[in-house]
Design a protein around this ligand. Sequence first.
Ligand SMILES: Cc1cc2nc3c(=O)[nH]c(=O)nc-3n(C[C@H](O)[C@H](O)[C@H](O)COP(=O)(O)OP(=O)(O)OC[C@H]3O[C@@H](n4cnc5c(N)ncnc54)[C@H](O)[C@@H]3O)c2cc1C
Length: 557
Amino acid sequence: MLAYKTLKLSIKSLREFAKKRLPDETLIELDERDECPLEIVRDMCSPDKLGIQLLFIPEEFGGMGGGTFDVYCICEEMARIDLGIATSVLATFLGSDPIMVGATPEQKKVWLSRIADEGLLFAYGATEPEAGSDLGALRTTAEPVVKDGRTVGYNINGNKQWISNGGVADAYTVLANTPSGPSWFIVEKGAKGFTHDEPENKHGIRLSNTAALAFTDVYVDANRLIGGVEGQGLNQAQAVFGYTRLMVAAFGLGAGWAALERAIPYSTKRIQAGSPLSEKQGYTHKLILPHVARLEAARAYVEETAQRIDAGEGSLNTEGAIAKYMATEAGNQAAEASIQALGGYGYTHEYLVEKISRDVRITTIYEGTSEIMEMTISRDRWQSHLKTRGQHYHDCARELEALHARHPNVGANVAALAHHALAEVMEKARVARLTRFQHILLRLGEWIAYAESAGSLARRAVLFAENKLNEKANRRFDGAGIAALSRIFAREAALKVAEEGLRWIAGAGGVNDAEMSTFETGLQLPAIHRAPAGLISDMDYVADVLYARVAKPAVAA
Ligand SMILES: Cc1cc2nc3c(=O)[nH]c(=O)nc-3n(C[C@H](O)[C@H](O)[C@H](O)COP(=O)(O)OP(=O)(O)OC[C@H]3O[C@@H](n4cnc5c(N)ncnc54)[C@H](O)[C@@H]3O)c2cc1C
């Protein structure tokens, strides 16, 4: 893990690099020309220049050995600059992940050292024309080439689609079916029989090169099979999902905030009906505040998960899915609202919010779509519900109630209501066997993500109050700000879980007239309906913090 000072220095260098090489006019021009600025990407990755790749390479291979929390901070910062460029850098992170988790010591030494020393750009080739969310439908094959009874290499045949850095990478990690199942291979640029298409003409992240790949009898030596054992590919991909999804979650946070950071100052200068837009509650409380609350709830979840991964709690795939789901959905909504916040100007290229909105759109699609995240979350937490005989979320609620007893102003009591309601909805779904409806299963994923994020934000407010927040944590808001945000978000989460839960449980025929009133009582609807008291004044407070209208203004991130 990086020292706090080193992380701060890296972020500072990244900001300075962006200021010099990627000012707004350059971003607009490159976006309009649909061009990946390869020289800039290479300079970012080159050890003699910015060397951003060094951050995630372990020290023993010449890198800086950054941890998950460090990588989250850097990914958010890159996304604030440009999500296309951030994707180009991410492709190397992703491309080298199978090596990081599954390669033999010799393979790690060769490839991770080359990334550190030469700034090698990688691409991560999993998706195929027929295999997107369902990688089990993979068709690319790697046929063993056997000599004297020994596998000396593989012939790779097939196609990959939508591969970031596909047309510009120096090396590719490619998922292909061997006789023993999916496996990762390293293929170098220029290999005989390997070609890529022209870059895709995309809706957003136009500064990132995305291309289809084709493999026709591409021969690789056996030492290019990552880990040296066939059939480990899906496990190797799974092993880092928690970590890689956090990177994309950070992209959602960075892009969402980049859009809001354009809308907020704009609204202080734009005078309509005699006063700045920033002074109009109907503007701030619709177009700014709800997005700030959702982004910060997602941030709380991202930071908590990153810290747990760094503490060795495992790959935390489900937590990574929740973080990605919440942060990327929030980032999208924030960018979309920022267009509205700038009115006609928001709709033009010049003000960049429409570009950010097009760019951030990809984050709910790549590295697992939002719907796949909902399914992942739901399936895993369903098991927790069953194993604890329906007590899992009641237990979480009780922990939040204990927190509320110690810190009565952080919204933990309302977050607890969300958890209790969730436990009731899940139990109803179990009794009536409603997860046979895929829609219910996926909606459960959404409610789980909201409830858990509300819990996380309340815990973050407590950490702040007790002076225990990670020193690397984002400090845009002080303790009072985080507590107000937590109360705002917890109310949204509790209402969502209870009311949408009721709607869909009833909609799927899970509750009859006779059972309805008991179900409503279990959901604690009256308490949830009373919880919004004070919402407007909390939103007023956060608006004052955002617009530096309180005595103690927001601290710069
Ligand atoms: C710009 C860009 C860059 C990318 N970079 C890379 C890269 O570097 N490497 C790489 O390997 N891939 C990359 N991808 C591919 C990306 O990961 C896939 O697009 C993504 O996983 C979704 O797959 P798909 O496009 O085939 O959509 P599909 O899987 O066909 O999904 C289409 C829709 O159906 C939904 N859906 C799918 N399955 C289900 C289900 N079982 N139940 C309910 N709904 C479902 C999805 O959520 C989605 O809304 C990139 C894609 C883009 C657009």
